[in-house]
Design a protein around this ligand. Structure first.
Ligand SMILES: [Fe+2]
Ligand SMILES: [Fe+2]
Length: 464
């Protein structure tokens, strides 16, 4: 599985570089241009910068809460002298210096002159403009938003590249429009919601192609409308597997589809913020439950429990969680949506999180069973989804790669797979990994789920 942060070289020591820059800045203030002291310091600084840039295209020095970060990783320099070096820079209103490959001694000199001139004046025009006016290239300066690590977050495509099932594609489009219009302050379109619930019940939740995309890891930024369609589909799957009646199933579809509607009231930069939320942001994020319930109680014609599920879906089965509603346990319908919600979130990519494979998501659910989640519902969900759901790319103990095209309910660890060549082209036919050899042992085991390789068209494999 890929992670958001690439394997990095050992962290570079930024202090000689920062000290060199500080000294050069003072020298440019003290001596006329071309003075040997300036030339010597400039030579040293340039050598240090170029040494860094041989290992990375851009050298990023950020001072975040008094700590230097090199390329996003914190280094904790000890000692007062070092603290002084940092103070000099931050005192000038600068806590971020990015230097890219191609930087010249003239650029570094221009930077130190600019920093010297900042001595008496606060930063007025944008720093990029001021640097450009001095002919300084390959260097950018900025004030950082505290703890902003956005630049190193992975950016994912906004939605699945190809949607194989037309009803799933239609549901995504309709809910995107619905969420956007609520975000703009318009009323929730009840007709659209009903139509999508119908599509999900009658088509999407029974379509292998759609389920393959919903159950397997999702390599795209899982925005709220998409997450909502997926959670609703998974909730329907779970509701069916525990034998609920048609009326209840329809109510669950609606409630699950709208469980996160309150997120339309939360600024997108908080929803997509990589890294930890601060206290205020966390409180705001958690309030999507209350916002959601408020939006939904105002809509006439929705089912009775739809606002309840929006309010309670982050409450624990034992009664904890948010919002604080005392010891009251959430409605069973909220507990059901909570299981689908967590599975969907864990297998989905976010700016701050690489997606997890289905079997890892099932293990997450298993860990939460009995505390946050209802244990019986987790058991039913994992049985319905299985560890290797349709659409998973797997490796067998014979070192074959294949795509799961059917599951064996009586033997969930041994699905039917379509094999792939080393170039990920489909090998005709299917292999049932639950088949046994004359000795009684399995002919094949699934060893692991693989990250789907870029460009792999799972739809190709799902066609019989
Ligand atoms: Fe939520
Ligand atoms: Fe959710």
């Amino acid at each position: 599985m890929t992670t958001a942060a690439p394997a990095a070289d050992p962290v570079l020591d930024p202090l000689p570089l920062l000290k060199g820059l500080g000294s050069l800045r003072k020298l440019t203030g003290m001596y006329p241009p071309g003075h040997p002291a300036i030339a010597q310091k400039l030579g040293e600084l340039d050598a240090a910068v170029q040494a860094h840039l041989r290992r990375t295209d851009v050298l990023r020095l950020d001072v975040i809460h008094g700590e230097v970060h090199v390329d996003g990783l914190s280094v904790r320099p000890e000692g007062n002298a070092n603290a002084k070096v940092l103070e000099e820079l931050t005192g000038l209103g600068i806590d971020s210096i990015h230097i890219s490959r191609g930087v010249s001694p003239a650029d570094l000199h221009g930077l130190s002159v600019f920093l010297w001139e900042l001595r008496d004046s606060a930063v007025s025009a944008p720093m990029a403009v001021q640097l450009a006016a001095r002919g300084v290239c390959h260097i950018s300066l900025a004030r950082l938003v505290p703890l902003d690590t956005r630049w190193r977050a992975t950016s994912w495509a906004e939605r699945p590249a190809d949607v194989y099932d037309p009803a799933y594609a239609e549901s995504l489009d309709l809910m995107q429009g619905t969420f956007e219009s609520v975000q703009d302050g318009r009323e929730l379109k009840l007709d659209t919601v009903r139509h999508v619930v119908e599509l999900l019940i009658e088509k999407v939740s029974g379509s292998s192609a759609a389920l393959a995309q919903i159950l397997a890891v999702k390599m795209y930024e899982n925005l709220t409308y998409c997450h909502s369609v997926n959670v609703a589909t998974l909730s329907l799957l779970l509701a069916r597997s525990v034998g609920l009646d048609a009326q209840t199933i329809a109510a669950i579809g609606e409630a699950a589809l709208l469980h996160d509607i309150g997120k339309t009231r939360i600024p997108l930069d908080v929803i997509r913020k990589p890294g930890a939320l601060d206290k205020r942001e966390r409180a705001l994020m958690e309030s999507h439950t209350v916002f959601g319930a408020r939006i939904l109680v105002e809509v006439e014609g929705l089912r009775r429990l739809t606002p309840t599920v929006a309010l309670e879906h982050h409450r624990a089965a034992t009664g904890a969680g948010y919002p604080d509603l005392g010891d009251r346990r959430p409605h069973l319908m909220s507990q059901l949506v909570a299981v689908a919600d967590i599975y969907e979130a864990v297998t989905g990519a976010r700016t701050y999180q690489a997606p997890a494979q289905p079997e890892q998501a099932c293990l997450v659910l298993a860990r939460l069973a009995g505390s946050k989640l209802n244990a019986a519902l987790v058991k039913a969900f994992v049985a319905a989804v299985t560890f290797f759901p349709i659409g998973s790319v797997v490796r067998t103990n014979r070192d074959e790669t294949g795509v799961v095209v059917a599951t064996n309910p009586s033997d969930p660890l041994h699905p039917v797979i379509a094999l792939a060549t080393t170039d990920f082209a489909r090998v005709p036919g299917q292999v049932d990994t639950s088949l046994r050899e004359p000795s009684g042992g399995y002919a094949r085991h699934i060893v692991e789920t693989l990250q789907p390789p870029l460009g792999l068209d799972i739809g190709d494999f799902l066609q019989a």
